[in-house]
Design a protein. Structure first.
Length: 262
């Protein structure tokens, strides 16, 4: 099994090395990660600038690692097209320092790069750890989860037609209540707070506090708040098929109105 590992926190993040170590127990593992922090860049690509590619000293025997001066999506494309020796069987992104839940996944630099694998029919997973302020990250628990899910994919126990967005509570293993399959919440998990400093307005993104009674049961945000590991299958379908019939009625009228005097 050939595995490509990436992230958005950068090549020096302990999360990516925890993930790579877990993946290396399942197959030949390659790291292609940004040379610097790239959180929140979503599907961004470096279309108009050159990208540096540097092999870095690996912390894991048998794992080759490259730092790339681009976005996480750039890293996946370069990893697949240039760095990989043979076909990649699994793409794993993470382990992110912070959860990726609800609508926030649309700009996530951890989740969205997995589209590059998904579009190529490569099983893809994104892994995030829900770390609160002043907590010590339990990457070992998230890495254990990653290895278990990747092994299940390898053995054909999990359907691979979707991206699996996995979020893990930052809790000891014995305190985690279990694993649930979820849907992405319709709300965001982050909010914009306004911090005034003199005459300057300064903005920063921080975690929303959602009251328990406002949580949508069965969603990823609900699962994390309740102490469960959340696995959300994600598919990207660009076309709104339900709207085509209605739009066709308009197009017929518009076509007649615009071109009847042609």
């Amino acid at each position: 099994m050939n595995i490509l590992v990436t992230n958005d926190d950068g090549i020096d993040s302990p999360g990516i090395w925890s993930l790579a170590e877990a993946m290396s127990r399942l197959g030949d593992t390659l790291i292609a990660a940004p040379s610097s922090q790239q959180s929140g860049v979503g599907t961004s690509l470096s279309l108009h600038s050159g990208m540096s590619i540097s092999e870095v000293s690996s912390r894991i025997k048998g794992v080759h690692a490259h730092a790339i001066g681009g976005t996480p999506s750039d890293c996946v494309i370069i990893g697949l097209r240039r760095l990989a020796q043979g076909h990649i069987d699994l793409l794993a992104s993470g382990i992110n320092f912070g959860a990726n839940l609800g609508r926030d996944i649309l700009y996530s630099g951890t989740v969205m790069p997995t589209l590059q694998g998904h579009f190529r029919n490569i099983p893809s997973i994104a892994l995030s750890l829900d770390i609160k302020r002043d907590q010590e990250p339990r990457f070992d628990v998230a890495a254990m989860v990653a290895r278990f899910i990747a092994s299940s994919i390898k053995e054909g126990e999990i359907p691979v037609g979707s991206i699996l967005n996995v979020n893990v509570p930052n809790l000891p293993k014995e305190q985690i209540k279990g694993v649930v399959a979820t849907r992405a919440a319709s709300s965001a998990y982050q909010r914009l707070s306004n911090k005034q400093s003199g005459d300057d307005a300064r903005y920063s993104t921080e975690r929303s506090k959602i009251a328990e009674e406002d949580l949508e049961e069965g969603t990823d945000i609900w699962a994390i708040a309740m102490g469960y590991i959340s696995i959300t299958p994600i598919r990207i379908e660009v076309t709104d098929h339900k709207a085509i019939a209605t739009l066709n009625e308009y197009v017929l009228r518009a076509d007649k109105d615009m071109f009847e005097d042609k």
